[in-house]
Design a binder for this molecule. Sequence first.
Ligand code: SAH
Ligand code: SF4
Ligand code: F3S
Length: 475
Amino acid sequence: MRQYTSKNDEQELSLQKEYMRKAASYVDGLAEQLGRRPLCCVTTFGCQMNARDSEKLAGILMQIGYEPAENEADADFVIYNTCTVRDNANQRVYGRLGFLNSIKKKKPHLKIALCGCMMQEAAVIEKIKKSYRFVDLIFGTHNIFKFAQLLVTMFENTDMTVDIWQETDQIVEELPVNRKYPYKSGINIMFGCNNFCSYCIVPYVRGRERSRDPKEIIQEIERLVADGVVEVMLLGQNVNSYGKNLDVPVTFAQLLREVERIEGLRRIRFMTSHPKDLSDELIEVMRDSAKICRHLHLPVQAGSDRILQAMNRRYTKAQYLQLVDKIRTAMPDIAITTDIIVGFPGETLEDVEETIDVVRRVQYDNAYTFIYSKRTGTPAAAMQNQVPEEVVRQGFDKLLKAVQDTAKERAALLQGKVLEALVEEVNEQDGTLMTGRLSNNMLVHFPASQNRIGQLVKVSLDTCHGFYYTGHVVD
Ligand code: SAH
Ligand code: SF4
Ligand code: F3S
């Protein structure tokens, strides 16, 4: 098996810093030409991992002298960080590119860049080269650390700059990051995925699983805490297999124990857990932790054993339910959320009933339900028995109802309780209210002053509104 490095590539890091200085001189030139600082806009599609990558892109753009634009139409540089997990994500990108083209016609100096998972598909690159010739820069998931260098190439060329790698064994962290929230942050603990669930394109576009060195993770979190972060979310496609391929193997539970010790850090979250790898050691560490949030995202995908097997999930319905039982016995107050796919090839309405049975038994606090999307190159795309749209719709609607019913029941259980919330932002609808997040990931809205943002406060959960609460601060 190929040995991947887990350590930061310091040489590459200094090379990229060099390119940042060079890119900055081009941005200065543009500023002179425009008579103002150039504006940029980073638009993110997809998961938390992409959101974290976008903070890295924004970090470099700020470093080289761009300022954030209010919206895409005002920007002088727009980058789409794309997702390809389902086809509708791709369609949204193509739709919005059409809109960007109309802006570029009026503003020829506008530079347009595309990166992320969708760019790792050869057919997508062909299509963009053919039908979206106004795009200036394209790169993929493996060489995002080269962003500064690619910007320099883009500034020096009039042709489309395209640089897609099939894989990488480099890890280049510690480049500038522009965090969306001052008080919380995602942090990559691993990259890629080795699971090859038969419907999923992620292993093909994100490459093989690679874990970061635990010391480097701890140091990064320490730096974040020193910079005001109180909550971290450890990110990986399957955090439960963290550390297995390190030179000195470490378990995810051991990593969590180390993170727990970081002084000043108040909350720890992680995503995503694959049920097949969730260890007893992890349950123990969670149970005994004062910082790990009472929330576990545990994608089930389907309830029928036949479908689970065809999906290559490597657990049965009974094993999943047993695991949930173990988790709930150890932590009765834990919120469990999940992902579910409806319409996988060969899935019947009886199979969907099995999924609904899991929903009722587990009593999920929330479930993200997706209609199966055929992804070219995955084993499931070649399966003969694709499900007719109407059957999918029927199963999906029924499942959604079950999910909403159980989620409401779960939410109602918290009525009247006083729980700790991290004050996150001003409520979008009502400026007098603040929005806070409970340890179990539920939102609560309450009157408070803005300077409490980033603080943990005790909130009484007064009124349940289905999936969220309104309440008041009690400390
Ligand atoms: N690594 C995570 C999931 C990442 S993708 C995990 O295994 O849990 C997020 C979710 O998208 C998946 O959990 C799955 O429910 C959904 N998904 C992935 N591929 C899909 C497809 N082809 N069609 C529909 N939904 C899909
Ligand atoms: Fe996709 Fe499965 Fe990997 Fe999740 S674990 S990213 S669903 S292949
Ligand atoms: Fe999408 Fe890539 Fe995440 S395909 S879900 S952005 S890993």
